[in-house]
Structures are given as C-alpha cells and as structure tokens.
Ligand binder design. Structure first.
Ligand SMILES: Nc1nc2c(ncn2[C@@H]2O[C@H](COP(=O)(O)OP(=O)(O)OP(=O)(O)O)[C@@H](O)[C@H]2O)c(=O)[nH]1
Ligand SMILES: [Mg+2]
Length: 344
C-alpha cells in the first residue's frame, strides 16, 4: 500500500429540505387547516478514525465528499427525509485542519472517534408550524438552511510507541527488519527510506509499535536532504531510539548532529526519553567499539547499547529496555489523566 500522509479534501454538508405549504382538504371538513410538513435535515460530513488504515492514499483518488440534501416536507403533515451523512474513514492519528493548514478542527487519536466537520442545514418549517389563534391559515413555510462547504486538510501523524531516528545509513531499517515482520528497503546508500515504516515488535509476550523514519542530516530543519517533515510522525512516540553508525568517524558528533535537528524541530521531541545505540558492532574491533562507545556516552550523557542490527547481537536487551521505558511512560500518562479527571 502506498503511503501518503497529507491530503486536501473538499466537503459539503447537505442542505435542509424546504418546508411545505399545504391545507387539509377533505369532503365535509371545512377549514381543514394547514398541514404542510417540515423539511428533513441535510446530512453531516463526519470523519471517523478506523482501525487497519495507515495511509491517506484513498484521499488522492477521492477528494470530494458531499452529504445528501434533506427531502422537502409534504402535505398531510409529512416530514421530509433526513439527508444521509458522508463519512470519511481516516487512520487513527489523523489531524484535520482548515484550509490554512494551521487551524486544527479535530485530532482523531482513538479508534472509533468521530468529528463532525460540516453540519447539514436544518429543514425549514412547514406551514403547519405557523398556525396560531390569529392566523389559522398561514401561507408561509421556511426554506431549508443551506449546508456548509469547505476545504480541509488531513494530516496523518502515525501513532507508534517508539520512533527510530538517526543519520542516513545508520541501520534504522535493518533494525526494524530484525525485530519485526516489516520488510523495509535496506541499502548502503543514504536516503533508502523515503517514507515512514511501521512494525510491531513482540518482546516477552508484550508488543509495541516501532516507526522507522527517513534519515536526518545537518540542516534538515531547513529542508536539507528530505527535510524534517517526517519528524511529525515521531511527535506522538513515547520513546526515541537513536541509532548511530559505529563505523562513522565520530559517533559523538553523529549523535549531536541529529540531536540538534530534533531541537530545531521542537514540538517536544528533544524532551522525550531516548535510548542511544551504537550499531554495526560486528564491523568494529573491540578497541574501536570502546572508543566510539566512549565518545557516544560522553555526547549523550547516558549509557549506550552496543549492538549489531545485522547479526542481532545485543538487540534483545534493547527491546527489553524499550518495553520498560514504554511502560513507565504509559503509567505516567495514565497517572496524569487520572489526576486531571480528579480535579473539580
Ligand atoms: N556491518 C553491518 N552493517 C549494517 C548493520 N546494520 C545495517 N548495516 C548496513 O548499513 C547499510 C544501511 O542500512 P539501512 O538499514 O538501510 O540504513 P538506514 O538507517 O535505514 O538508512 P536510510 O534509510 O537511508 O536513512 C546497509 O548496507 C546495511 O546492510 C550492522 O549491524 N552491521
Ligand atoms: Mg532506512
């Protein structure tokens, strides 16, 4: 399936049906009175987060979504039919913005969550509605209200527990392939990965979702390389997995380059808990490992893992550490939620 994380869509809700002007006409019944029914309500345009989608590619092919108009009211007090809603199914993690791309209309982060993007117009009142003691034969009815029409932008921000960041060629995709069933493209040239990839990782009977995003290089926040637009997918991750190529000249420098890009991007990325990994240990001598790990430890100011994504050496320990961190942050955010709910 092709990946697409931004889409522009035109939506229009249904117009309300017109009210009806009509009078009761029956043999032997004089002054039958008004009996024009109300118009039906126009359909809404609704977005719903559904399970099993991880791209907005469908919105490249269909970009117009119109809800149905309400039916007109009729004689004998009959109400017009309500117009059918138009439903936009989007992946969990989709944000919906106004046309400007900045005003957030809805953020669908949970499965089944819905948002009404455009409300259908109400139906007009039929003349039965306007009868009163002084006007017993009203000849007026309201027209239905018109629906809303707008352009919206959908932006998908994947919801993964862990986001892998690093320079190109650090072995991010190799790591994803080693720990999950995902089959990302792996090659020894930079920018092999052009789109985020997801994988589900099982460890000790529990699972988490891992996202591999395209490599970052110096100046990514200014658009160098593939830029930093894919960092949006890491915004919602609980934990960062920072992979550094052990065969690089200076692992500490490589680490700092990516950290600088994360801070320049902002959105709280640099404050996320991070696990730092020296990769490609199989291609290094023990002395080189020591030297590079030392540089990395000093740059990151924390302990580092030494692994080989290619041979799988050390990978299990990393997964365990990730799982523990994820659970710690989950507990924390649940605690926070409870606390927030408790406040009056
Ligand atoms: N020797 C060795 N090579 C590795 C290891 N991990 C990855 N590589 C190699 O490094 C190269 C880059 O690997 P990728 O997984 O494509 O790197 P990436 O970080 O996803 O790169 P981009 O997608 O371009 O950002 C490939 O040729 C891999 O075979 C490792 O543990 N040991
Ligand atoms: Mg890759």
């Amino acid at each position: 399936m092709k990946f697409l994380d931004e889409a522009k869509v035109y939506i229009r809700s249904g117009n309300g049906g017109n009210g009806c002007v009509s009078f009761r006409r029956e043999k032997f019944i004089e002054f039958g009175g008004p009996n024009g029914g109300d118009g039906g309500k126009g359909g809404d345009v609704i977005a719903e987060a559904v399970y099993g989608l991880n791209t907005l590619i469908d919105y490249r092919y269909q970009q117009h979504f119109f809800a149905k108009n309400g039916g007109a009211g009729m004689g004998k007090g009959r109400h017009g039919a309500n117009g059918a809603d138009a439903l936009l199914k989007v992946p969990v993690g989709t944000q919906i913005y106004e046309e400007d791309g900045e005003t957030l209309l809805a953020d669908l982060t949970e499965r089944g969550q819905q948002a009404v993007l455009a409300r259908g117009g109400n139906g007009g009142f039929g003349n039965a509605h306007f009868k009163s003691s002084t006007n017993r034969a009203p000849r007026r009815a309201n027209p239905g209200q018109t629906g809303e029409e707008l352009t919206i932008r959908l932006r998908l921000k994947l919801i993964a527990d862990v986001g892998i960041v690093g320079l190109p060629n650090a072995g991010k995709s190799t790591f994803l392939a080693a720990v999950s069933a995902a089959k990302p493209k792996i090659a020894d040239y930079p920018f092999t990965t052009l789109q985020p990839q997801l994988g589900v990782v099982g460890v000790d009977g529990r699972e988490f979702v891992l996202a591999d995003i395209p490599g970052l290089i110096e100046g990514a926040h200014e658009g160098v390389g593939l830029g930093d637009r894919f960092l949006g997918h890491v915004e919602r991750c609980r934990v960062l997995l920072h992979l550094i190529d052990g065969t690089a000249d200076d692992a500490g420098k490589a680490y700092k380059t990516v950290r600088d890009e994360l801070s320049a991007y902002g959105h709280g990325l640099s404050a996320k808990p991070e696990i730092v990994i020296l990769n490609k240990a199989d291609a290094l001598t023990p002395q080189e490992i020591k030297k590079q790990a030392g540089r990395l430890r000093r740059a990151a100011e924390q302990d580092v893992f030494v692994i080989s994504a290619a041979s799988g050496e050390g990978v299990r320990d990393v997964l365990r550490a990730l799982m523990a961190l994820i659970e710690a942050t989950r507990a924390k955010s649940e605690g926070k939620r409870e606390h927030a709910a408790w406040q009056p």
